[in-house]
Design a protein around this ligand. Structure first.
Ligand code: SAJ
Length: 432
């Protein structure tokens, strides 16, 4: 253990980051900038090829930062798991999606662990950062990693939840506090030795299960509160009240309230997914996580709720959905980013097409899509809004000419309360 701690302190420890996506690549850069030689290991030859040439493919990481580190020999990249044989520290940042039946898919964690085992040697630190259900590190990784290596003596295993917020200009890897759980006290000591080299604040907790649970609570908190305001939107509509006005006014309370806003549903690879890792685990323990499952139900119905508003709005103009031309404004899962994973826009498009509408989309951040059964190119952001029977604002990107939309569109269904700031309420504008 001492030899490993000394290597970490001297920054001569070889670090391998498994998975160089939006979580792994920032870590690779921070570690290299701190003076470690880091290898980004990924099965995706495109990412490995780009990183090997010093080119960044993650919006928050400029190529101007990556290139000198690669050229200076601090960063290398490979698709070959044999690089693990030289690793003193391994950080696993692989996807943890849901499968078709909305159950956790930890197959990427299992295969990464198997590859580490295949190249394991004494005195390795392995940290899992992928969001997963409490118990994964202890039940799945530790048994594999301790075949022949005593835990806390010859192998050190930790869990540390990723807290990367794509597009966040204020918080990055270094200034976001890092929760860290160890399988033993010695494991956390070694994990802390590494992370404290690249992150200002390390927050040790008593176990890897606890650290896994911390991340799930963080994102369940968001999903449940978004579910609450999405249901509040449906209540307010029935009461003839503007839900956004209610939330803005409630936000003036300087304590005890935190604003969330209703929308067309939950997108992204965290919020719609992470809470279901927790509820799945609890179902295994014969406990129903009612808030999580109810929030998921409410959030999952929002796309259909928005299509209902579109149908009612067209109806008020003696139009049916069937045969109408609809423009979706914004297809990314949240504003001012290109990421469209799990975007509710796909559900809105599918439901509108199912009801017979002709649907196009306009998104300055997403020039074309070919997923979730939707294969389209964005219409020009400079194009007129007049030809469409209705424009549906699904994602409120800043770089859209909403004032012109307000003037030109026959009908606007605004699921993001954008129009309030661009022309204000009008008879052709429908809110949530
Ligand atoms: N959303 C709403 N109403 C809200 C907030 C979000 O409908 O009030 C929707 C968004 O439109 C989006 C989805 O929920 O479709 C998720 O949005 P998000 O703001 O939670 O953004 P994410 O998915 O990028 O979440 C990440 C998470 N980061 C990590 O898991 C490390 C989350 O923990 C962060 O709190 C969040 O970024 C953030 O604060 O931006």
């Amino acid at each position: 253990m001492k030899a490993l701690l000394d290597k970490i302190a001297a920054r001569s420890a070889e670090v391998v980051v498994v998975g160089i996506g939006y979580v792994g690549l920032p870590l690779v850069v921070e570690l290299a900038e701190a003076g470690f030689h880091v290898t980004g290991y990924d099965k995706d030859p495109r990412k490995v090829g780009l990183l090997s040439r010093g080119v960044s493919y993650i919006e928050d990481i400029p190529t101007s930062v990556v290139e000198p580190l690669v050229k200076g020999g601090m960063i290398s990249a490979s698709t070959d798991p044999a690089v693990l044989a030289k690793a003193d520290c391994v950080i696993v940042c692989v996807p943890t999606p849901l499968n078709k039946t909305k159950e956790p898919d930890i197959s990427y964690i299992v295969s990464a662990t198997d590859e580490i085992v295949a190249h394991q040697h004494a005195d390795m630190l392995i940290v899992l950062e992928s969001t997963t259900y409490p118990g994964t590190t202890r039940e799945v990784m530790v048994p594999k990693l301790t075949q022949g290596y005593a835990l806390g003596e010859r192998v050190f295993v930790c869990f540390s939840p990723e807290r990367v917020d794509p597009g966040n200009k204020h918080y990055g890897t270094r200034n976001t506090p890092k929760v860290l759980g160890g399988s033993t006290p010695a494991c956390i000591e070694v994990g802390r030795a590494l992370y404290s080299q690249i992150i200002d604040t390390v927050v040790p907790v008593s176990s890897t299960d606890t650290a896994e649970m911390v991340k799930l609570l963080e994102n369940t908190f968001r999903a449940v509160n978004i579910g609450l305001v999405n249901e509040t939107a449906q209540i307010a509509r029935r009461l003839g009240i503007d839900v956004f006005e209610v939330i803005r006014a409630a936000s003036t309370k300087p304590f005890g309230f935190m604003p969330f806003f209703p929308g067309p549903g939950l997108g992204g690879h965290c919020i719609p997914i992470d809470p279901l890792y927790l509820s799945w685990k609890l179902r295994e323990l014969k406990f129903q996580a009612k808030f999580i499952e109810l929030a998921d139900q409410v959030n999952s119905t929002m796309p259909t709720y928005v299509v209902g508003l579109v149908s009612d709005a067209l109806n008020s103009h003696e139009r049916s959905v069937k045969g109408s031309r609809v423009l979706i404004s914004g297809i990314a899962y949240k504003k001012n980013i290109t990421d469209m994973r799990e975007s509710p826009a796909f559900d809105v498009i599918a439901e509108l097409e199912r009801r017979g509408a002709t649907v196009e989309y306009m998104d300055p951040w997403v020039p074309e899509v070919d997923e979730h059964g939707v294969k389209m190119k964005s219409v020009e952001p400079t194009g007129s809004f007049a030809p469409y029977d209705v424009v549906v604002i699904v994602t409120d990107h800043d770089n859209v000419d909403y004032a012109r939309m307000h003037r030109e569109a026959k009908l606007i269904v605004d699921s993001r309360d954008v129009m309030r700031k661009h022309g204000g309420p009008a008879s052709h504008i429908v809110g949530l």
